[in-house]
Design a protein around this ligand. Structure first.
Ligand code: NDP
Length: 466
């Protein structure tokens, strides 16, 4: 533990997923811990990310479910969607979760400061509103990330746009929304708004969304967006946004391909940046990447020995469960009796498009680069439920196998409940399971997931993906 000369053994900046976990574990191990949060306890995941987003996904999916129910014989009278009622229920749940986070911190004996904290030097923290100053032995930077937008010089009219942060504050549904980007957030929101009946357009600078994912996932999601009614414009970026008078949609977006599209809401989902602006990293000597992310080693230690960082602010893998593990490992190692660090390989994740993406391990392209022999097993089919529906939805399941060791090194799924499936498959892949072991697992019938253990035929490529 720290020498008594310090006010706290640990000061955590940022009460999101990673910071809260670290603070609680360190306090439970006997450290004197404080945490500061400038917005709301819970961070991106609870307040303006994973949690409210997933509720919006559920809400938007009911429109389709109502239609499906009709085709399954239910006589359903649809009276429309009450967006304000939904938002108020969703916000109540977010408030409840934030309060639980606060209570858990208090129960663990953590001092909570609901204001912005900055580093004055490596051992001094300043609270910006109250002006209080504390000396601290260790610091954990867990400030997360923040949506990035081009400057007004780069994109005239950018002030008319919003980011994912503001989507959660909408008080009514737009008529026509245009979303820039082709990553996680752009694709998820495109499905959400289309599902809620909003005329939705996605503008992506590349040719197929979800760059970095397996090619078959990308093409399935790209086609899925169009099937869901999203207008997808590729190879284009916003050039200018101007206000138009007397129109139902008050903004006109000029694209780099010469097209002009109108919208009443515009979302920039073009990536996130580490939240290190004005944090005092310079003053404390903490080194950052050229994009402002905190540079850390495997133990989440920064260039300053008593300062650590976890979560999105380090730009390793921007996922809540990763931040939680990094925070837990830090607290156990520094304040507890277990020295460990989180391994960043084979992290399973989901994209909550409709249908969802579930993915773990290497893409086919990554495997072909890294391994001498790669076997691919894949299938595309209509799930059983859709046989009674007028629904073109197809499922895609793909296994990437090391041809020399028979080890399954990647699994990629586009399917209803793919997020749930990939959580389970992640265990097998993390354990190093072979294709023979997948095959030895008996199928659960009739399910979509049974295809994962019944794929017998190696896929032979006709043309290499670009
Ligand atoms: P992503 O990095 O996933 O996507 C950013 C998108 O913006 C890409 O399509 C990128 O194009 C495009 N882009 C970047 N710069 C520009 C530019 N200057 N002009 C036009 N387009 C541009 O970021 P997101 O904001 O969607 O998500 C951030 C992170 O948050 C994700 O990486 C993920 O880790 C996490 N997240 C996870 C979720 C989940 O687990 N379900 C949900 C939401 C977020 P290009 O492809 O060409 O680079």
């Amino acid at each position: 533990m720290a020498e008594a000369e310090y006010d706290f053994d640990l000061f955590v900046i940022g009460a999101g997923s990673g910071g809260v976990r670290a603070a609680r574990i360190a306090a439970q191990a006997g450290a004197r811990v404080a945490i500061a949060e400038e917005y709301r306890v819970g961070g991106t995941c609870v307040i303006r990310g994973c949690v409210p987003k997933k509720f919006m996904v559920y809400a938007s999916d009911y429109g389709r479910k109502i239609e499906e129910a009709r085709q399954y014989g239910w006589q359903v009278e649809e009276k429309g969607f009450d967006f304000p009622a939904f938002m108020s229920a969703m916000n109540a749940e977010v408030d409840r979760l934030s309060a639980i986070y606060l209570r858990n911190l208090a129960n663990a004996g953590v001092d909570v400061f609901e204001e912005r904290a900055e580093l004055k030097d490596a051992h001094t923290i300043v609270l910006k509103e109250s002006g209080k100053t504390f000396t601290v032995d260790k610091v954990l930077i867990a400030t997360g990330g923040t949506p990035w937008r081009p400057s007004p010089e780069e994109l005239p009219g950018v002030e008319h746009t919003m980011t994912s942060n503001e989507v959660f504050l909408l008080d009514e549904l737009p008529k026509r929304i245009v979303i820039a980007g082709g990553g996680y957030i752009a694709c998820e929101f495109a499905h959400i708004f289309a599902g809620l009946g909003v005329e939705t357009c996605l503008v992506y600078r590349g040719d197929t969304v979800l760059n970095g994912f397996d090619w078959d996932v990308r093409t399935a999601v790209h086609e899925g967006l169009k099937e869901a009614g999203v207008r997808v414009i590729t190879s284009a970026i916003f050039e200018e946004i101007r206000e138009v008078e007397g129109e139902e949609c008050p903004y006109c977006i000029k694209l780099s391909n010469g097209m002009e599209i109108n919208a009443d809401k515009i979302v920039m989902a073009v990536g996130r940046r580490a939240a290190t602006d004005g944090l005092g990293c310079d003053a404390a000597g903490v080194k950052l990447t050229d994009k402002g992310a905190v540079i850390v080693d495997d133990s989440s230690r920064t260039s300053v020995p008593n300062i650590f960082a976890v979560g999105d602010v380090t730009d390793r893998i921007q996922l809540t469960p990763v931040a939680i593990r990094e925070g837990h490992a830090f607290a156990d190692s520094i304040f507890g009796d277990k020295d460990w660090h989180f391994e960043h390989d084979n992290v399973a994740s989901a994209v909550f498009t409709q249908p969802e993406v579930g993915t773990v391990g290497m893409t086919e392209a990554e495997a072909r680069k890294a391994l001498d022999n790669v076997d691919i097993y894949k299938t595309k089919f209509r799930p059983m439920k859709t046989m009674l529906l007028d629904d073109p939805e197809r499922v895609m399941i793909k296994l990437v196998v090391d041809g020399d060791t028979d080890r399954v090194v990647g699994v990629h799924i586009v399917s209803p409940d793919a997020g749930e499936m990939i959580q389970m498959i992640g265990i097998a892949v993390k354990m190093g399971a072979t294709k023979a072991q997948f095959d030895a697992t008996c199928a659960v019938h009739p399910t979509i997931a049974e295809e994962i253990v019944t794929l017998r035929q190696k896929w032979v490529p006709e043309t290499e993906p670009a």
